[in-house]
Unconditional design. Structure first.
Length: 404
């Protein structure tokens, strides 16, 4: 039996917690934070058209409710057909900044039954507001929600990389995440600390933590909604050199699969666990060598040399050389797309993603599959959509998705 693979005490405790004696007749009233972000917009798009959508509340930073409606509509439109009718009323908008101590004081939250907390600073840059938003604001929201009489589920969208650097190669869903000196970037450290504090400070909160792995593109729209991370994969394919072995695995999922899974777990009547990876896992992860072959196949370019593994010290010169080549190619084609790139930022990105790739992590997906949900599509199945949709974007614009 699959559940024997996991701690029985945890399974029983959260099975009981997530199974109230009766379900309300009214549709769930969902409060979503992060709706203007990549994952949050995809979550809202997944719910658009459902019975619950017209009852949803959205936390938005805006000058007025009308502007908030516009921002939500524009975010969802990235993932939905242009002709899809989308009614959002101003009464669904909660105007607040996550840095505001009173961000969650709105009395409309008293009627919320489900919370999906997706708002976060996801940048790999060392921004000073990472801890203020990712940890402090999360604690304020949890404190507010812990007093909601009808709250059935609090979904915290974390990250699988919050597991730190001392795990693997197959990472399971540990409840306690490492914090000190265990992370490559402040973002993952902040998400680990927030998740730990949620459990410690609010034990009665009906908390379910969702840890997506590497989110790249959309399975049918490619990079149209966001080119985050895809650009660095393409750069590595063009360099044909990197710091990880060719057999290193990358656990990649598309944003629509991530959103669909979050919604399904949010609305599922009972859940077996309190923590889930949203990952490609052992069956859907791809090796670096497979990724390079796919990129070269898409561009019909023969690989003249085999992939070369290089030391991290070589990345600075590689970034400088790539920047020069990029500028020269732009001048030769006169397309206007090859505007100068920040080679210092490229070097930083190559170092960071190189260190992540050397971890060679695959995130165990068995808990997710045990809930009857479909496995993630393989990145190689939609890499073509990502390549085509990113073709008209400048590399500088794509890089801005991850370092802003």
């Amino acid at each position: 039996m699959l559940f024997n693979l996991f701690p029985r005490s945890e399974w029983l405790r959260h099975k009981q917690q997530a199974a109230p004696p009766s379900l309300p007749a009214a549709p769930p009233r969902i409060f979503l934070t992060g709706v203007t972000g990549f994952v949050g917009g995809a979550i809202a798009a997944e719910l658009a058209g459902s019975e619950s959508f017209k009852e949803m509340l959205f936390l938005v930073r805006a000058e007025c409710a009308a502007e908030g409606v516009r921002r939500v509509r524009e975010s969802i439109a990235r993932f939905t057909p242009a002709e899809m009718p989308l009614h959002i009323s101003e009464s669904q908008i909660i105007l607040a900044d996550l840095k505001d101590a009173q961000a969650f004081a709105d009395p409309r939250l008293d009627r919320v039954s489900h919370v999906i907390h997706g708002a976060a600073v996801t940048s790999f840059a060392d921004r000073p507001d990472i801890w203020e938003i990712n940890v402090d604001a999360t604690m304020r929201l949890a404190e507010r929600c812990s007093r909601l009489p009808g709250l059935r589920r609090f979904m915290y969208v974390g990250t699988a990389m919050a597991c730190g650097v001392a795990r693997g190669p197959v990472v399971t869903e540990s409840l306690r995440l490492p914090v000190e000196r265990a992370h490559l970037v402040p973002y993952t450290a902040s998400k680990a600390q927030a998740e730990n504090q949620l459990r410690e400070r609010f034990p009665q909160l009906p908390l379910v933590t969702l840890r997506p792995s590497i989110i790249v593109g959309h399975s049918s729209l490619g990079c149209k909604p966001s080119a985050s991370i895809f650009w660095i994969l393409k750069v590595v394919s063009q360099l044909n050199r990197f710091v990880c072995p060719p057999t290193a695995c990358l656990d990649i999922v598309p944003v629509d699969y991530c959103a669909r899974t979050i919604v399904a777990l949010t609305l599922k009547e009972t859940l077996g666990f309190s923590v889930y990876h949203i990952s490609a896992g052992r069956s859907g992860s791809v090796m670096v060598e497979q990724l390079l072959q796919a990129f070269h196949g898409l561009n019909a370019v023969a690989r003249r040399q085999p992939y070369e593994r290089v030391p991290e010290a070589a990345l600075r010169q590689m970034a400088l050389a790539y920047g020069v080549r990029h500028a020269v190619q732009g001048s030769a084609t006169r397309t206007g797309r090859n505007e100068p790139i920040n080679t210092r930022m490229l070097h930083k990105a190559l170092m960071l993603y190189g260190r992540f790739s050397r971890l060679n992590y695959v995130f165990d997906e068995r808990r997710l599959l045990s809930e009857g949900l479909a496995p993630a599509p393989c990145f190689l199945d939609y890499i073509g959509q990502c390549e085509r949709s990113a073709a008209k974007m400048s590399l500088k614009a794509q890089m801005a998705h991850d370092f802003k």
